[in-house]
Design a protein around this ligand. Structure first.
Ligand code: COI
Length: 358
């Protein structure tokens, strides 16, 4: 159990007046959680302090060698005004799994969850009220040694910040266009594709920018070896409903093990759908599209929730999905996930973790 020292912000900011204009991750709340790690001492000095910039030496390891990780979670204001989290222990566990690969000391799962709850409770007035909004929570950990040698750092900081947010995509729940990337790759066996390290996202920006210039919301990554099998989309996992079955890439090291992904798979199986986690060739997706068997395509992610895809474009070949409309299964998943998160439907899975009254 952490002994978290709280120093309150004496100059709190005004809360956003118009929640319809929140966007995603643009405004930050009044406080942040911090905890330091020193080799030989472990994690120490857990504290909540006013949100502020970090004074950092220009030679700090994270600036040069990107030894860092992040997570993405949300706090929701339910219809009965309870502030609640969705499976926070899954994020804590995923950060531990990623930490091992990045040689970053693990934050114990209970400490991670306690820190998130303590910060969210203090920031409860920052959890927005409008439909479709939430307090996006961004835990991250980074190397703080000063020096240019390429080694695992001996010092780290774990930080959590919060951003009242609306939908991730400007399109909201409206279906997006996705460009199938055939030049750049995101991951390959043995690399860091399964971790939430910033480097994965840095390496993805170029393809994302090019796709945006062509009018697409994001890119769909193919596997890094053969550029043949579908893996994931820029900020979400992706699922394909073909001829009644749902297909998604397996988590074998190159795909992010998404919390929303695994929750949707559990729900789909509860509802009697066959979900195939394994290799799915882009050729087969496009073929299914042309034969009218590609019934629905949707992304899953904390930020993106459940996000319908209306078009895939691969080397100039295009398939259009469900006449550009959200499909019934995508809608049911969206309604069930957000229904549980906002307390509108019963949490039959034990996924919701209440924090406090709003
Ligand atoms: C999330 O869904 O929480 C993410 O971390 C995606 C992010 C890169 C926007």
């Amino acid at each position: 159990m952490l002994d978290i020292k709280i120093t309150k912000n004496t100059a709190p900011k005004a809360k956003p007046a118009d929640e319809s204009k929140l966007g995603f991750g643009k405004i930050f709340s009044d406080h942040m959680f911090l905890m330091d790690y020193t080799d030989g001492q472990g994690w120490h000095d857990p504290r909540i302090v006013p949100y502020a910039p970090f004074p950092m030496d220009p030679a700090t390891v994270v600036f040069h060698y990107a030894q860092e990780l992040f997570e993405g979670m949300k706090a929701y204001r339910s219809v009965d005004n309870t502030i609640q989290l969705f499976r926070p222990e899954c994020n804590a566990q995923r950060m531990q799994d990623s930490s091992d690969r990045m040689c970053i000391p693990q934050v114990p799962v209970d400490d991670f969850v306690q820190a998130v709850k303590a910060l969210v409770e203090l920031e409860k007035d920052w959890v927005p009220h409008s439909d479709g909004t939430s307090l996006y929570i961004r835990p991250f950990v980074f190397a703080t040694d000063v020096g240019l040698g390429v080694h695992a750092s001996k010092h780290y900081t774990f930080c959590i910040i919060c951003a009242p947010s609306g939908a991730y995509y400007a399109e909201g729940i409206n279906p997006v266009r996705i460009y199938v990337e055939d030049e750049y790759i995101r991951a390959a066996p043995g690399l860091t594709g399964f971790t939430k390290c910033g480097g994965n996202y840095a390496a993805s920006i170029k393809a994302g920018e090019l796709a945006e210039q062509k009018g697409f919301a994001q890119v769909l990554w193919l596997d890094g070896v053969e550029k043949k099998y579908v893996e994931e989309v820029g900020s979400m996992n992706i699922m394909f409903k073909i001829d009644g079955k749902v297909y998604t890439a397996a988590c074998t090291g190159t795909v992010l093990p998404g919390v929303t992904r695994r929750s949707c798979i559990e729900l789909l199986r509860d509802w009697g759908y066959e979900v195939v986690e394994g290799p799915l060739a882009i050729d087969d997706v496009m073929k299914a599209g042309h034969e009218g068997k590609l019934e629905e395509v949707f992304g899953t992610g904390t930020a993106a929730v459940v996000s319908p895809v209306k078009e895939l474009d691969w080397k100039g070949d295009k398939v259009f999905i469900n006449d550009g409309k959200i499909g019934p299964l995508t809608q049911k998943l969206y309604d069930t996930m957000t229904g549980m998160q906002w307390g509108k439907v019963p949490d039959t899975k034990g996924w919701i973790v209440p924090v406090c009254k709003g």
